[in-house]
Design a protein around this ligand. Structure first.
Ligand code: IPM
Ligand code: MG
Length: 356
């Protein structure tokens, strides 16, 4: 089995190094090949997603991804910015199904910005459609307006669109995920305003008929944002479009105390996947050895489970993470009084040591 390792920028290289330590300690039969992506690739090859990196990713069973981006690239033309690398990988590999679990570890209840009783035991799964919607919809661009409120002035526009098959396939993913959990799906839309999300709602309802064992409800996105911070434990699986999923998954992440704990998986129809922490490249703390590697380590566990069919190895990693939290080890983002503050490398070493 071949894994493309794309550490990227900022803290990406530090946290991926720890995940690799853990993977190597498992002594599985894996071929790991590293390549540049994001700003690092732009510096070396003039493009955030060089052809060689994309080729490696497409030919691998899975991609272990760190993070991309730095403020210093914000002034580049859009196609050259680091974020285009992740969007290009999603699009070219057809990674339409994004899994973003938000789990509040019992050891970290106090790190949440919400009251402990609201988040203790929280375990929700956000399933975000990842290759459609306003992120990829054409046409888009800038032009001089010929109508609207200010004809003759400069305007910019993007296109929100979803086709029936795009909605059908992500709905199936959500219902099947729910069957393995608490058997509840909340589909988040904005059908009260947008045609795109009226179709979304209609199609998800139709697909839901094929899953009579799963309870389906629908929620407008503004209400979903409110419910996430009011009573997050009411959710089981949340399925939504690309844009709403981007926003709601960050909100859900914060409920758990730290985005530094949350892994993610993005899968295509062949179960090829890209695995990355839910957080970004955090240039402000890059190189300081303080970043939390657990989200990336847990992403490696998701990779073993979803793309490499190694559920037992995945469970070993997850148990080791639980063990280091029980030992009281904390990177600064999850530190609280009475626990032991450690750096990125110490945390990675501790996980390796805790593998049973
Ligand atoms: C995410 C990120 C990306 C997105 C950016 C970096 C393009 O915010 O994975 O949630 O908007 O999808
Ligand atoms: Mg985001």
């Amino acid at each position: 089995m071949k894994i493309a390792v794309l550490p990227g920028d900022g803290i990406g290289t530090e946290i991926v190094a720890e995940a690799l330590k853990v993977l190597k300690a498992l002594e599985l039969d894996l071929t790991l090949e590293t390549a540049l992506v994001g700003g690092a690739a732009f510096e070396a090859h003039g493009h955030p997603l060089p052809g060689s990196t994309l080729k490696l990713a497409m030919e691998s069973d899975a991609v272990l991804f760190g993070a991309v981006g730095d403020w210093k690239y914000d002034k580049l033309d859009r196609p050259l910015r680091p974020e285009q690398a992740i969007l290009g990988l999603r699009k070219n590999m057809g990674l339409f199904a994004n899994f973003r679990p938000a789990i509040c570890y019992k050891q970290l209840t106090d790190a949440s910005s919400l009251k402990p009783e609201l988040v203790a035991g929280l375990d929700i799964l956000i399933i975000r459609e990842l290759t459609g919607d306003i992120y990829f919809g054409q046409p888009r661009g800038r032009r001089i307006a010929t109508d609207g409120h200010f004809p003759g002035s400069e305007e910019a526009f993007d296109t929100m669109r979803y086709s029936r098959p795009e909605i059908e396939r992500i709905a199936h993913v959500a219902f099947q995920a729910a069957q393995k959990r608490d058997k509840r799906v909340t589909s988040v839309d904005k059908a009260n305003v947008l045609e795109t999300f009226q179709l979304w709602k209609d199609v998800v309802s139709e697909i839901g008929l094929q899953y009579p064992d799963v309870a389906l409800d629908h929620m407008y996105v503004d209400n979903a944002a409110m419910q996430l911070v009011k009573a997050p434990k009411k959710f089981d699986v949340v399925v939504t479009g690309n844009m709403f999923g981007d926003i709601l998954s960050d909100a859900a992440a914060m409920l758990t105390g730290s985005i530094g704990m949350l892994p993610s998986a993005s899968l295509n129809a062949k179960n090829q996947g890209l695995y990355e922490p839910s957080h970004g490249s955090a240039p402000d703390i890059a190189g300081k050895g303080v970043a939390n590697p657990l989200a990336t380590i847990l992403s490696a566990a998701m990779m073993l489970r979803f793309s490499l069919n190694q559920p037992e190895a995945a469970a070993r990693i997850e148990r080791a993470v639980d063990a280091v939290l029980n030992q009281g080890l904390r990177t600064p983002d999850i530190y609280s009084d009475g626990t032991t503050k450690v750096g990125t490398r110490e945390m990675g070493d501790a996980v390796v040591k805790a593998l049973d």
